[in-house]
Design a protein around this ligand. Structure first.
Ligand SMILES: CC(C)(COP(=O)(O)OP(=O)(O)OC[C@H]1O[C@@H](n2cnc3c(N)ncnc32)[C@H](O)[C@@H]1OP(=O)(O)O)[C@@H](O)C(=O)NCCC(=O)NCCS
Length: 199
């Protein structure tokens, strides 16, 4: 049987854990801490390597939370918050550290990944763990055949991350996006279910 991804009309009722992280649906009370992680200069730095430029205000984050809870797979994909599982990272179990998501691509069974972490949490191996967990979840529970990641060519940290979790560079889209006054090239990475090894 071909692997065709989630039911297109389903909404996100998924969650998963890794050693240090719990990844689940955002709740209304998560909007303020999420907004705090993306406020001021941090927004500029965190979103420099994302297509998204960050939220204009708290209301935009509240709208994102609502969309995560109500959108269907075919309309928007599935999106989650990343939490400190036991409080050892940010002090409180369940504290929000960032967000991640996966969206359908042109063919059923093909999907992409996207993610960001709050600045204080970079460089501790958290997204290596989180992205490995997301890929594992997509292959084992969301019936994915192929997972893809688009990474800005100059996002060296982001490229090392996807390579570390086993993704292969497939090509470069030149001038894929216009951001902050310049055209950005983008590297496309992919991982087939048959190539994926858990851990
Ligand atoms: C890209 C991003 C998600 C990386 O998250 P991160 O948690 O800092 O990534 P990791 O800590 O897993 O990896 C970063 C480095 O920490 C190192 N590291 C430190 N402690 C580690 C540990 N305990 N285990 C594994 N790696 C560890 C890794 O080896 C890695 O080194 P390298 O970059 O020199 O290869 C984060 O920088 C971010 O949110 N950036 C802005 C948004 C963005 O670019 N998103 C991706 C768009 S494609």
């Amino acid at each position: 049987m071909p692997r065709l991804g989630p039911d297109p009309t389903s909404t996100n009722d998924h969650q998963f854990t890794t050693d240090r992280l719990h990844v689940d649906l955002p709740r209304a009370e998560d909007a303020a801490p999420l907004h705090g992680l993306l406020a001021g200069d941090l927004r500029e730095e965190i979103t420099a390597t994302l297509i998204w430029d960050g939220p204009e205000d708290l209301a935009e984050v509240e709208g994102w939370v609502e969309q995560c809870r109500t959108a269907t797979w075919e309309d928007w994909g599935f999106h989650w918050v990343i939490r400190d599982r036991d409080g050892s990272i940010a002090g409180q179990p369940g504290q929000v550290l960032g967000a991640m998501g996966t969206r359908p691509r042109d063919a059923p069974g093909r999907a992409d990944v996207g993610y960001w972490l709050g600045r204080p949490y970079w460089g501790r191996g958290l997204m290596t763990e989180g992205l490995s967990g997301l890929l594992a979840y997509c292959f084992t529970s969301l019936d994915a055949h192929k997972m893809e990641a688009d990474v800005f060519t100059h996002n060296v940290r982001g490229r090392r991350l996807v390579e570390r979790v086993g993704m292969t560079q497939e090509g470069v889209i030149r001038h894929a996006h216009h951001k902050r006054g310049e055209w950005i090239d983008q590297v496309v990475y992919g991982l087939l279910v048959d190539e994926w090894t858990d851990g």
